[in-house]
Design a binder for this molecule. Structure first.
Ligand SMILES: Cc1cc2nc3c(=O)[nH]c(=O)nc-3n(C[C@H](O)[C@H](O)[C@H](O)COP(=O)(O)OP(=O)(O)OC[C@H]3O[C@@H](n4cnc5c(N)ncnc54)[C@H](O)[C@@H]3O)c2cc1C
Length: 459
């Protein structure tokens, strides 16, 4: 038996009428993400606690319908799409910050908390939660953990995985488990927390997170470096790292990204530059001044056109606003986007930037690159009209070629956006048949009936 109105009534009896819906307009609102695809689920459920989640999953096993967990739907690879219908579990109402423990540097939160709200709440206590995807104003902590989100500060502070200490998870078969610890160390048993983080809602539904916090850095300094050649900007990133300096962010924007951001928010960006870096350091006043001085020296030696420190917090905020505007502003270049998220070792950034330039010239396609260059992570976008079969075919060939080249540089095809639906056809390029088979066995050990987020990652 699949999903039916009778099953919906059973769910309604458990979660209450106000916490579920079969209405067409509600289903429409929970069937899309940041990919161009959209699907109708049969129903949307807003769980109030882990028990609600458990009951829905038990019914899903009994009646064989798919369940798709969803945070804010900002994912880039289709992870939250209900591709086979069934129930979307919208975690948005589980949105309490339960505890900020200043003595032990931890926060305990529900998955629907908006990442930016957590940033602000811990900052008030003099603390710092580093993972900061550019979507932090609207994405959720649960979605971040499921995707192992990164962001600009990953270059110094790492990604979400490095801050998730423990989880409450509802398994696809309905059991509620606790993983991890609240202590600084802990090695009892397999590391289920790490397995769950980045599993894209295919192994369990996260209903609570224990997160590691840091003391707020004393001083933050931000600068921009403007280049006439994108290769020089890329080489400068590698050189900064080679000099042993670890900024907390080095963001790269090519000319097309600069133009997009400028057209969106008018920040006075250099429209004629081939590339620009936003570089940020943090630490004590002495450390930050010293690091910024060294970075400026590296940039000047490379032939930077302009190196400018942000004069105040407003200027810094303006720069980050510009950087965050790039992704949504890209559609100025075409109605459709093929969006990739490759990572290469930091010393190989110049190679990948040259490759992208060469691909763009050879294919005639509009390619826009920006991203977290400090950790070798370039968001590579092909802007096109998908109704044009020739352009689409060329774009797919270009993606294939870029992935092969990335892997030949010991890189990876997805740094932080996950696999979802859009990258699953490419998994076997990077992962061996033996590892893929093991991943399939793990999935079926967790989810023997295959009801949790089917059609994703391992299809
Ligand atoms: C403008 C823009 C900028 C972005 N910048 C970045 C960036 O800098 N870095 C980055 O890493 N990403 C970035 N992203 C991608 C996206 O925001 C992140 O992947 C984010 O972590 C997704 O969170 P979400 O709440 O929207 O999750 P959703 O999109 O709703 O879901 C993502 C995945 O998580 C699963 N999931 C959600 N909640 C749960 C839960 N409670 N339990 C189990 N599984 C769950 C879903 O099933 C799905 O597979 C950006 C997106 C946009 C639109």
């Amino acid at each position: 038996m699949a999903f039916s109105h009778q099953v919906f009534k059973k769910i309604e009896a458990i979660v209450g009428r106000a916490n579920c819906s079969e209405a067409r307009e509600e289903r429409l609102c929970y069937g899309y993400d940041n990919t161009p695809e959209a699907f109708y689920p049969d129903a949307v459920v807003f769980p109030k606690n882990a028990r609600d989640v458990s009951s829905v999953l038990q019914l899903a096993n009994q009646y064989q319908f798919p369940v798709t967990p969803r945070g804010a739907g900002s994912g880039m690879t289709g992870g939250a799409l209900p591709v086979w219908g069934g129930v979307v579990l919208a975690m948005a109402r589980l949105n309490r910050i339960i505890r900020i423990d200043v003595d032990n540097l931890i926060a305990v939160a529900e998955p629907g908390v908006i990442t930016g709200d957590l940033h602000r709440a811990v900052l008030k206590e003099g603390l710092f939660y580093p993972p900061d995807p550019a979507s932090s104003d609207f994405c959720t902590i649960g979605g971040n953990a499921a995707e192992c989100a990164g962001g600009p500060k990953a270059v110094k502070y790492g990604v979400t995985r490095d801050y998730v200490m423990g989880l409450e998870v509802v398994l696809p078969t309905g059991e509620i488990i606790q993983t991890g610890v609240e202590t600084a160390k802990g090695v009892v048993g397999y590391d289920l927390t790490r397995l769950m983080v980045g599993s894209e809602g295919t192994l369990g539904v996260i209903t609570r997170l224990t997160l590691r916090l840091l003391p707020k850095p004393e001083v933050v300094k931000t600068a921009t470096a403007v280049f006439d050649q994108m290769e020089t900007a890329a080489e400068t990133v590698s050189e900064i790292i080679r000099q042993g300096i670890v900024p907390r962010a080095i963001e790269y924007m090519d000319n097309a990204s600069i133009r997009c951001a400028e057209s969106h928010i008018h920040a006075g960006l250099p429209l004629d530059a081939e590339a620009m870096l936003i570089i940020e350091v943090d630490g004590s006043a002495g450390e930050t001044a010293h690091s910024m001085q060294k970075i400026e020296t590296v940039c000047r030696a490379a032939g930077v056109r302009e190196f400018k420190s942000a004069a105040n917090a407003d200027e810094t905020a303006g720069l980050w606003k510009a950087r965050k505007a790039v992704s949504p502003a890209l559609f100025a270049y075409g109605p459709d986007k093929i969006n990739e998220d490759i990572v290469v070792p930091r010393s190989k950034i110049p190679d990948i930037v040259k490759k992208i330039k060469e691909l763009s010239l050879r294919t005639g396609l509009t390619m826009v690159s920006f991203g977290h260059a400090g950790d070798g992570n370039i968001h590579f976008n092909i802007m096109l009209d998908k109704q044009n079969p020739e352009a689409l075919q060329k774009a797919h060939a270009a993606v294939n070629e870029l992935f092969d080249y990335t892997l030949s540089l010991s890189g990876t095809i997805s740094g932080e956006h996950g696999i979802g639906t859009s990258k699953s056809p490419y998994m076997a390029k990077e992962i061996s048949p033996e590892s893929l088979a093991l991943m399939r066995r793990i999935k079926s050990a967790f989810d023997p009936a295959g009801i949790l987020n089917p059609g994703k990652m391992l299809v």
